[in-house]
Design a binder for this molecule. Structure first.
Ligand SMILES: Cc1cc2nc3c(=O)[nH]c(=O)nc-3n(C[C@H](O)[C@H](O)[C@H](O)COP(=O)(O)O)c2cc1C
Length: 326
């Protein structure tokens, strides 16, 4: 992912980042095969989905699968979920055995099981404590510490400017901002203007995030916020070409099918034939989302029992859609 002939677009701490688009951390999607593919497309570092600090400490074996990465993916950012400084620090120190390049703290997850226990977006409710967590991590880790936040808990407590200021004061080397509150979940529209306010407030790099689905969105969020880089989550699922600044409509189906084949093969290599195929289902429905006839094709794709059967169905679906257009 790093290219010595190119200049880095930004630095996170001392880590040079070659590019301004990054696949956002996404549990259940952001596994090694998909991250590798997105890295080839241009994702400038690998931002792994969150792992629970207590899980890292109690059951390192189980966690190790969740934080597995390939050296070609570097730079690597690992992300922790936690609610207590000592546990976060102990887990982060344990994860250092993997030699990540960046350690991120999740202060944005809106899932009930996470925030009910005081983790993820719940950390936004006590910015001073969040700052203390970051300070403690910065004090012991040999790598830059970053934090991913939302705009606040709800519409009445949009404390992103205070949070961002405290994070910077506490030594965070970069801040990712998803332009929604916890209460919004994934509804409504991401507020890019608010992300721009964060950019103006802090001097560390800000990674802007939320609702980037097209190349025009990339340029718009960059122009509106002045961010150092853009995190793309859902917009890359079914369309990893966005990380190469290509809109889906500009990618011919022959090229899409070739990549789909490669993605499926990588998943079967990584997880084994059966599990790889099963886990690929959530991707394939996104790959065909814009295909005419996708509604009828989807249930059949979900039932395919082998890679060959799934690929044959896909090819037939593409063929049928293109002959329908003629
Ligand atoms: C299925 C899924 C899993 C996610 N997992 C994580 C995660 O592990 N850590 C995190 O910080 N954000 C996580 N997110 C949030 C994304 O990183 C991102 O902030 C959000 O999807 C908004 O960006 P988008 O509009 O580009 O998707 C997840 C989002 C989705 C949809």
């Amino acid at each position: 992912m790093s290219d010595p002939r190119r200049l880095p677009q930004l630095h996170i701490g001392k880590v040079p980042i070659y590019g301004d688009l990054i696949l956002a951390p996404m549990a259940s999607y952001g596994d090694l095969p998909f991250r590798t593919l997105c890295g080839e497309m241009g994702s400038a570092f690998s931002f792994l989905p969150c792992v629970l600090d207590e899980g890292v400490l109690r059951n390192p074996r189980r966690t190790s699968g969740l934080v597995e990465f390939a050296s070609e993916e570097r730079p690597i950012a690992l992300q922790l979920l936690g609610r207590q400084a000592d546990t976060l620090v102990a887990a982060a120190e344990a994860l250092m055995a993997l030699r990540p390049d960046i350690m991120d703290l999740n202060a944005g997850c809106p899932a009930r099981r996470v925030f009910y226990r005081g983790r993820g977006a719940a950390l936004l409710q006590d910015p001073l404590q969040l700052g203390e967590f970051v300070r403690r991590l910065v004090a012991v880790l040999p790598v830059p510490v970053t934090c991913k936040i939302r705009l606040g808990w709800d519409d009445t407590t949009r404390n992103y400017l205070e949070v961002a200021h405290i994070l910077e004061e506490s030594g965070a080397a970069a801040i990712s901002v998803h332009g929604r509150t916890k209460e919004q979940g994934y509804s409504g529209v991401a507020d890019w203007r608010a992300i721009g306010e964060v950019v103006a407030r802090v001097s560390v790099p800000v990674l802007a995030n939320g609702d980037v689905r097209t190349v025009a969105d990339i340029e718009a969020i960059k122009a509106q916020t002045g961010c150092a880089a853009v995190l793309i989550g859902r917009g890359a699922v079914g369309n990893p070409w966005i990380l190469a600044r290509r809109d889906l409509g500009d990618v011919p189906w022959s090229e899409r099918l070739a990549l789909i084949r490669r993605h499926l093969a990588a998943m079967q290599d990584y997880y084994g034939d059966t599990q790889g195929l099963m886990l690929f289902r959530k991707f394939v429905v996104k790959y065909v989302a814009t295909l005419e006839g996708a509604n009828a094709l989807r249930p059949r794709l979900m039932e395919a029992q082998t890679a060959e059967a799934l690929l044959a169905l896909l090819e037939q679906g593409v063929e049928a859609a293109s002959s329908a257009q003629v």
